[in-house]
Design a protein around this ligand. Structure first.
Ligand code: PAF
Length: 276
């Protein structure tokens, strides 16, 4: 495994990266699963660790984001990843073009999480676009917990004509159902138990759908569910699986975001898929 803390050295090495796993560090089993999938499907894998400040819409959220570089490197070493890239902001900016904000697909980026985190997805598009230019991978591996992010990056690839294929990995959950996330480290054990209500609500949504409830009826039930919870619901909605636009006859996904104290949690579940 080779660690590049210098972007110049990475670029000078003229590597041909097959699979790229972008991360912001504080790695958990969800990330390690992405690396496993990357390794299985490629000739070599590069993981980036870079906490992109501009995608945090709340300064406190950025300040409290757990930074665990030594532990992250150790975990990656154990997975047998080929390259780790830990670049500096200035070097990234000097070696890539930013994403042109005029091209932002606002119908997607200002909706759902983007409605509550103004500028978040534009900042994600920008950093991922920069990484794509620098790393030039054939494949990018992304986790389905950040489902909207996958759809946004798919759009980025289309808009900028990157020749990159997305491999997406199912959500990894704790035994309680809580989706693994770096932010879970900010929760006490008691809070983690409460946070698992997010997944329980998604299972409820899925079973209501099986019983022929309409998306509107399911949304009403989930609002009632959270009126009795310590979790403050930001949004729960059912959308088209591919486009994230309003539901229609196609495949469907239920998406949720909520706060437990100051910790923002997101999750989702596919409730209708022609593949199942
Ligand atoms: O999902 C993340 O960790 C980040 O949004 C990403 C893709 C690494 C961009 O900073």
């Amino acid at each position: 495994m080779k660690i590049f803390s210098s972007l110049d050295e990475f670029i000078d090495s003229k590597l041909h990266i097959d699979a790229f796993v972008p991360t912001m560090g504080n790695l958990h089993n969800g990330h390690l699963q992405l690396v496993e999938v990357a390794k299985k499907n490629s000739k070599n894998t590069c993981v980036s660790i870079y906490v992109n400040e501009s995608q945090f819409t709340d300064k406190k959220d950025f300040d409290s984001y757990p930074k665990t570089l030594d532990a992250d490197i150790k975990k990656l070493k154990d997975t047998g990843v080929d390259y780790i890239l830990i670049p500096e902001k200035r070097d990234i900016e000097n070696n890539s073009e930013g994403f042109d904000p005029v091209l932002e697909p606002k119908i997607l980026t200002n909706d759902l999480c983007g409605k509550y985190r103004k500028g978040h997805f534009l900042a994600v598009m920008d950093i991922v676009h920069r990484f794509f230019q620098i790393i030039k991978p054939n494949i990018v591996v992304l986790g389905e917990k950040d489902y909207q992010q996958i759809v946004v990056i798919k759009e980025l690839i289309k808009i900028c004509n990157h020749k990159i294929r997305i491999l997406s990995c199912p959500i990894i959950r704790a035994d309680s159902g809580l989706a693994l996330s770096s932010r879970n480290n900010l929760l006490s054990e008691a809070q983690k138990k409460i946070a698992s209500e997010i997944y329980k609500s998604l299972v409820l949504a899925s079973s209501l759908y099986e019983q022929d409830s309409s998306p509107r009826e399911i949304e009403d039930e989930i609002n009632i569910f959270f009126s009795r919870s310590l979790i403050e619901l930001e949004y729960f909605t059912i959308r088209d699986l591919k486009t994230l636009q309003q539901p229609n006859d196609n495949d469907l996904i239920a998406l949720i975001a909520g706060y437990l104290g100051t910790v923002r949690l997101i999750d989702n579940i596919i409730i209708k898929s022609h593949l199942r």
